[in-house]
Design a protein around this ligand. Structure first.
Ligand code: SAH
Ligand code: SF4
Length: 379
């Protein structure tokens, strides 16, 4: 484990005495029940109840022996994140503020559309990166989310939407995007574990084609993500020169444009049918000129790419302005003329501060000494 992962690790799951089964890999679940004296194949049945049927009460898991159910109930649980607040926007977008047992909070957003529904999932409490236009970036990283806390966001949304088991037709949760709070590739291990659980065909069963991971450009982990997970990739580009990108996205100093675009070029599984999405937030007078658009077409010319133009969403204290509608249209037209698909992302949930870049929890990083005082002796 890297020092970063250690420093920002989620608390041990046993903090309240019970072990949460959500977030264990199949192998770990098998080992857990073997320790209770059960046969390993029971893990498959338990997996089905937890991730296909969405059952949280062991007593209702009727294919398991009564003694096994009772045994599980003494030291284990199937936990959902607690909801601190649930809000619904005028446009149907829902936002949940989730509170974890250590008091930390993140937000999850559900965006319903006519033929699909997308869940925007958070991966960290806060973010270490400090992109100038992003509300989450003003909040210091508090900690990584555990795999259970990440997959728990999807399970909670399915609870609210009444989708256990998920219906074959007309689902309201079809897609998952890791575009909430945090940089998913700075919490790679927990994110990868959570995604493998989500993709498992005998459980939540959301295919890798319906999952998109968005990154600010953590080049080494982009390679791992492509090779090990194969989910769709979205890259927060937002500028076409190192000079501007260094200024608005400090991670560019570590992984500059050339390296980032090389990593995109070699992202496994990307082709014309499965393009990499480049997110581009439209900031007035910063990155929105016609020559920026022309430079963007040049940078992307040998990458299977589509561009998502995101109107800048303001937040309390933000110091950018959104580009004029005419500038956004002109920018999109230049990309389209170069045969690059460039839809303008519809802003959703603005009235409840649920739009891109607006998420921020009130969680605060505790002083080390406070954390040490709270930590269980065994942790
Ligand atoms: N950390 C990852 C995941 C967050 S995704 C990443 O940066 O890619 C959230 C997307 O919204 C990113 O493309 C981000 O750059 C963009 N964004 C951030 N602040 C925004 C704002 N105020 N208005 C519009 N988009 C914003
Ligand atoms: Fe972090 Fe992404 Fe916001 Fe940048 S845009 S501060 S990487 S969450």
């Amino acid at each position: 484990m890297s020092t970063h992962a250690e420093a920002f690790a989620p608390p041990a799951e046993r903090a309240d005495g019970r072990r949460n089964l959500v977030g264990l890999s199949r192998e770990e679940l098998g080992a857990e029940i073997a320790a209770l004296g059960e046969k390993p194949f029971r893990a498959g049945q338990l997996w089905h109840w937890i991730y296909h049927r969405g059952i949280t009460d062991f007593a209702a898991m009727t294919t398991l022996a009564k003694s096994f159910r009772a045994n599980l109930a003494t030291g284990h649980e199937v936990r959902r994140p607690a909801v601190g607040e649930a809000q619904r926007s005028r446009d149907g977008t829902a936002k949940w503020l989730l509170r974890f047992p250590d008091g930390q909070e993140v937000e999850t957003v559900h965006i319903p559309e006519e033929d699909r529904g997308t869940l925007c999932v958070s991966s960290q409490v806060g973010c270490t990166l400090t992109c100038q236009f992003c509300h989450t970036g003003t909040q210091r990283l508090v900690r990584n989310l555990s795999a259970g806390e990440i997959v728990g966001q999807v399970m909670l949304a399915r609870d609210y939407l009444g989708e256990w088991p998920a219906p074959a037709e007309g689902r309201q949760l079809t897609n998952v995007v890791l575009m909430g709070m945090g940089e998913p590739l700075y919490n790679y291990d927990n994110v990868a574990k959570a995604l493998k659980i989500m993709m498992d065909p005998e459980g939540i069963a959301i295919s890798k084609r319906k999952i998109t991971l968005s990154t600010s450009g953590v080049v080494p982990e982009m390679r791992r993500c492509g090779a090990e997970l194969g989910v769709n990739l979205a890259v927060s580009l937002h500028a076409v020169s190192d000079e501007v990108r260094d200024r608005i996205m400090p991670i560019n100093k570590k992984y500059p444009l050339k390296e980032l675009l090389d990593a995109c070029r070699s992202y496994p599984g990307s082709n014309n049918a499965r393009r990499i999405t480049f997110e581009y937030v439209m900031l007035k007078g910063v990155n929105d000129s016609p020559s920026d658009a022309r430079e963007l077409t040049r940078l992307l010319k040998d990458i299977p790419a589509k561009v998502n133009l995101i109107p800048f969403n303001p937040w309390p204290g933000s110091f950018f302005e959104c580009s004029e509608p005419a500038a956004i249209t002109a920018f999109a037209d230049i990309l389209s003329a170069a045969a690059i698909s460039a839809p303008v992302r519809a802003t959703r949930g603005e009235d409840i501060l649920a739009a891109c870049g607006q998420l921020k929890s009130e969680s605060r990083r505790k002083k080390k000494i406070e954390r040490q005082a709270e930590a269980p002796a065994s942790a």
